[in-house]
Design a protein around this ligand. Structure first.
Ligand SMILES: Cc1cc2nc3c(=O)[nH]c(=O)nc-3n(C[C@H](O)[C@H](O)[C@H](O)COP(=O)(O)OP(=O)(O)OC[C@H]3O[C@@H](n4cnc5c(N)ncnc54)[C@H](O)[C@@H]3O)c2cc1C
Length: 559
């Protein structure tokens, strides 16, 4: 059986950061287990390749939620990355940290070390922000020495500029940097890209260090459970090439399998609510009632218009010809439309005047809504553009539970969307505001009829019904192994699983509450900080062991 100092489960956004940082000194042996393949598929790296990548059956776990009772009983498709880089290899690359107050809120819940003041240095450490001299107070908020490249767009669809102008006509300020002192306003997103290619966390953190002799990366390694000795995590069992294999961890096992799979793995390993474990005949290692609870996600509703001009992305002859030219531009110069992440512009706004900070986020995309790439038929039929609106801090809480004790059977995901009146009301307000912006003069040259919700949907009841029928995830599940100090917390503020030893969770699942923005940058920050905490603890433990050994040898020598 192979022995390492640290075994990391999941080579996604957080796992790649840990693999890099924990192996950096050369002192520790690190093993990274990833269920999916290496990230060699070229569509991962071409930003516009997001459409085939998100539809892939290989690079994507393609989870489904249970039928959502407040959303017309629809099960919803939940893509999650299944390759090195994890969801950062299939995401939309928008670089957003959330609002400073989100982190102060985490700290106010008893999570010391996670206030905005505490986490800002990690956000700065992780990035190489190319536009540092172009944004206000750039060096105060951004870094230039980190592995994650953050770039300005190399190509901007004209519909994006029209949207930004429309937002200003509607009264919102232009925001050049959503990650600076102020978030509210409309503007272009910075993207996690480098030289016109996706900069996934695998590209940023793993590629430069793959040859380190103390780092072992095993792909196609599906972890099935954590191995315990009593209450101490001592290794991981995984399936590889059709055979079960165990790896041992001298110091720690770290779960970075994401907000769906980390709680799933804890449950399969006997750490979770007693009732849930016994229902599936799993021997309990530690009763931990919060595992899988507290699931939060950003639910998204769209407003779509048909387009008069010819800037949108679609499958009609003129747009396909344009794409063919763009492909040549991309191949030879890494420029043009294929460098686009599509969701190029957006904004953060308040749903009403009472809100102290923005509670709605916009993503503008230059095509008709296609259920996030799942239904391509509308792209053959229409030219158009879509404004997606999500409520940033929903009150609804769902859960991840077991469907069965079979580790290869996906868990049951109940997002429990729209469980509160407020969640529905804020999204309905978002639809009205999206319509108001899309009807500003700046978009008049591009705008034809509204396709969805459509002119027939006007009253409050009609809009609410539309939200229930058509809202979808914007892919930001968090919170299922949340940090905290109360009985429902799964990890403590140092991200150690409560009640057992040598086991941590480090990924989006530890967030106590959703942040006001996209979740890749916050997850990367969490992993940066976690790496520091893990190394501090390991160094202390190592020092104590060395001291104990030297005292023991001195005693032996005396005898
Ligand atoms: C389609 C999509 C678009 C998105 N767009 C954006 C965006 O524009 N901007 C943004 O900031 N965020 C975006 N996000 C969200 C962001 O990418 C995620 O929040 C972030 O990647 C989560 O990181 P993680 O480390 O928690 O999990 P992941 O990155 O999902 O990593 C989990 C890893 O664990 C592996 N794994 C799971 N189970 C096992 C197992 N049993 N054994 C071994 N390995 C396992 C998985 O294969 C995966 O590689 C998007 C996400 C998606 C899916």
């Amino acid at each position: 059986m192979k022995m390492f100092d640290f075994v990391i489960v999941g080579g996604g956004s957080a796992g790649c950061v840990l693999a890099n940082r924990l192996s950096a000194s050369g002192k520790w042996q690190v093993c990274l287990l990833e269920a999916g393949p290496a990230d060699t598929n070229p569509f991962i790296h071409v930003p516009a390749g997001i459409v085939p990548v998100i539809r892939s059956k290989v690079l994507n776990w393609n989870f489904w939620t249970t039928p959502q009772k407040n959303c017309a009983n629809r099960p919803m498709h939940w893509p999650r990355g299944r390759t090195l880089g994890g969801s950062s290899s299939i995401n939309a690359m928008c670089y957003v940290r959330g609002h400073a107050q989100d982190y102060d809120h985490w700290a106010s819940l008893g999570n010391e070390g996670w206030s905005y003041k505490d986490v800002l240095p990690y956000f700065r450490r992780m990035e190489n922000f190319e536009a540092i001299d172009k944004v206000q107070d750039g060096s105060q908020y951004h870094g230039v020495d980190g592995p994650l490249n953050v770039a300005e767009p190399r190509y901007v669809n004209p519909l994006m500029y029209a949207f930004i102008e429309a937002g200003q006509q509607a009264g919102y300020p232009y925001r050049e940097d959503f990650n600076g002192a102020e978030q509210e306003g409309v503007g272009l997103y910075h993207t996690m890209q480098k030289g016109g290619q996706r900069c996934s966390n695998a590209r940023a953190y793993l590629d430069p260090v793959r040859s380190r002799p103390n780092l072992t990366i095993i792909t196609h390694a599906h972890a099935t459970r954590v191995v315990f000795d009593g209450k101490r995590a001592v290794g991981v069992r995984y399936m590889h090439n059709g055979r079960y294999t165990d790896v041992r961890a001298r110091h720690e096992v770290i779960l970075s399998a994401g907000a769906v799979s980390s709680p799933h793995l804890l449950l399969l390993s006997g750490v979770g609510p007693h009732k849930e474990l016994s229902r599936h005949g799993i021997a309990q290692v530690q009763e931990l009632p919060g595992v899988g609870e507290n699931l939060q996600d950003h639910l998204d509703i769209h407003v779509t218009y048909r387009e008069k001009t010819h800037h949108s992305v679609n499958f009609q002859p003129r747009a396909l010809l344009r794409m063919a030219f763009s492909a040549l531009k991309y191949i030879f110069r890494r420029r043009g439309e294929l460098t686009s992440n599509f969701a190029q512009a957006g904004g953060f706004i308040c749903s009403d005047a009472e809100q102290p900070i923005p509670d709605l986020q916009w993503h503008m995309v230059p095509f008709v809504n296609s259920n996030h790439g799942q239904t391509l038929r509308p792209l053959f039929k229409y030219r158009g553009f879509t404004l997606l609106t999500c409520f940033l801090r929903p009150e609804s809480r769902g859960r991840v539970t077991l469907n069965s004790a079979d580790p290869f059977s996906p868990p049951a995901i109940d997002a429990n969307y729209l469980a509160t009146e407020r969640d529905l009301a804020v999204l309905a307000a978002g639809v009205r505001e999206a319509r108001r912006v899309l009807n500003q003069p700046a978009l008049a040259p591009h705008r034809l009829a509204e396709l969805e919700p459509g002119p027939a949907v006007q009253s409050d009841d009609e809009i609410r019904d539309y939200v229930r029928r058509r809202a979808e995830t914007i892919y930001h599940p968090v919170g299922t192994c949340r940090m905290g100090r109360d009985t429902m917390a799964v990890v403590d503020p140092r991200l150690r699983v409560r009640g057992v030893t040598s086991l941590r969770v480090v990924d989006a699942s530890v967030m106590p509450t959703l942040i006001g923005g996209n979740t890749n940058a916050p997850t990367t920050m969490i992993a940066e900080r976690a790496a520091e905490l893990i190394l501090q603890d390991a160094t202390i433990r190592h020092g104590i062991t060395a001291l104990r050994d030297s005292v023991y040898s001195a005693e032996l020598a005396e005898k």
